[in-house]
Design a binder for this molecule. Sequence first.
Ligand SMILES: [Zn+2]
Length: 491
Amino acid sequence: MLSRCKDQNSWVVSLQRDNITTHHYMCQCAYTFTLQIQRDEAEKFPVVCPMCGNDYFLDSEAFTANNGVIVYKCFQWETEEYQTEDSWCITRFITIPKVSGSGGRVRWVKERLMTVKLNKDGSKEPTIHKYSHIASKYYLVQENRVVPLHKVLRIGIKERLYRYILKHPTETIMWFNKSKIATFSIKEKLRYVQFFLAHPMFQWHSFFFWKMEGVCLDFPKPVTPKEALHSITNGRKEKILRKNLYQGYADMMQQTGYYYPYSDYVFSRTIDNVDLLAKLFLLPPAIKQALFEADTYSTAMVLIRFLKRYYSQKQIVKLFVHDIQDDTSQDSNMRLFEDCLRMLQVRRDINTFEREFTKVKLTVQNLHDEIVRVYQIRSYRKATKEKFDYEPIYLSACQHYGGLEFRLPLTVRELDAWSKTLHNCMFSYAKRIHQRQAIIYGIFQEGELKYAIELRCFKVVQAKGIANAVLSETVMEIIGGWESQYFGIYR
Ligand SMILES: [Zn+2]
């Protein structure tokens, strides 16, 4: 009847016709036999194979029925290796005898249990697919322990995939030298394969240690690490730059085991000055590694270009070679700088900062505070209206007096501009002006803002010059005269 299949499970398939049940036994020893039982006859168990004495038969019907968790004493499967145009695959499968049609013929059906595959373009990590409920619900008894079948099926499957790929490589990975990764775990080995499949122009072992997600480098043909470094640094060719670049690269590989190209990438695209850039190439590896990451490095470039509108390159570079590098306060400057990048990265709006940005002395702390301040102004603006309303009495005091001109800020933006001109905290009064709890006048001389005063109960309670400078007596006298002329009668 049936030709014996390769797998080593012993099966029983049962067929019912009229009053007779026929059990077909297919033993692992390749011997097959049948037992017929009348309806009212008791089943004869256990059945033993007359050739080898085996008495453990898997019931094919119970096996394929999806009825809950089943524990098996013994269960064998086969493994198949193959490749398609797009991937390499290792499949675990079994063949099960099944009854087909009314004629009661028994045939072997192949049932896939699990496949692991890797795409030839390296587009995904090796993935494991489970096909049938058999792989997810069945358990095996192994050394007195009950183990889920899928766990047992997984054992060695990736190792097998790796070996199979190396036996059948694509052009892209022909150059592999297996001995270089002999000590890798199987997971790393597959990551290695996947990396080079995804980056066909990097046919060089050390590229595996380049951490550069997100950096887009297009090469028309395979490159050496040196050529790739030049591309990362935007083709800058000056001798000192090349020297420091290689040195920085070697130091980083040696100290961290990896090369993080973001810092070289960002600086070589934003800092033109050769000596300054050369210095940056030699920043300590740990700092280069932590400064920029895959998701912040492009924001960093926009930030540095923005800062260049206000500061010299030397001042900007100082942030990195002094402020961050010499920081002894537990890396707080590094964290502040990361924080700057995160804030800007989320909102992607540094280029619109011009309106609010004040040129502060450039330190990481100041830069951070300034960015926070800008966002505070913006959120305040969003929450409140732009125009201030004033009682007529205050508006009528907007006059020239004693060679000075007294003006009320009419909008939040105007108050903000004054605040910047005078380098003071006037802006923080916006809310109170809206709530009519504060009155601020700007005092102009020949059209230029010189001082600001605060009025409370029609009396000047504060008068300040640039950066909160104290006013001269002459000016105070003029202010006093203006005050009594316009508000004297109300006090
Ligand atoms: Zn047998």
